[in-house]
Design a protein around this ligand. Structure first.
Ligand SMILES: [Cu+2]
Length: 143
């Protein structure tokens, strides 16, 4: 095997390895989530754990709980807003989600709904102290 052959086989292998590494590093954020439970990272050390019910997500009303931590500590008293968005159709839902701070980093999301089946984004804005970040992930909503 000459050197140029080696280069040609090594490059795709390296790319594959890099893609695998990225997928692991980003958890489930890059794939539509079909389980309803997922861990997502924002800026400033924020980690958002989402639990969606029903699981897997279905069109209609849904319940969601968010557990927020910063550097491993519960994030209390944050301003949290949630918007479900259907990127393929350019529309949101027919209800406005209401976020209730339950303390100890737990935020309950009321009046969340997916008005139709398909691919949705869940967009969560979190602000605390002088910091803010947006966390967005995709969910596959069944009919
Ligand atoms: Cu739609």
């Amino acid at each position: 095997m000459n050197f140029s052959n080696l280069k040609n086989t090594a490059r795709p292998l390296f790319c594959l390895f890099a893609i695998c590494f990225l997928l692991v590093a980003c958890g489930e954020s890059d794939d539509p989530d079909d389980t309803g439970d997922a861990l997502h990272e924002g800026e400033h050390g924020l980690v958002l754990e989402a639990h969606l019910d029903p699981d897997p997500p279905q069109s209609g009303a849904a319940e969601m709980t968010l557990i927020l931590t910063v550097d491993g500590e519960p994030l209390e008293g944050a301003q949290v807003s949630v918007e479900p968005w259907m990127p393929g159709h350019g529309h949101g839902s027919n209800t406005d989600a209401v976020v209730v701070d339950e303390g100890e980093g737990i935020y309950r999301v009321d009046d969340l709904s997916f008005s139709m089946a398909g691919l949705w984004e869940i967009r969560v804005d979190v602000a605390w102290d002088d910091l803010e970040t947006q966390v967005v992930w995709e969910v596959d909503v069944d009919g």
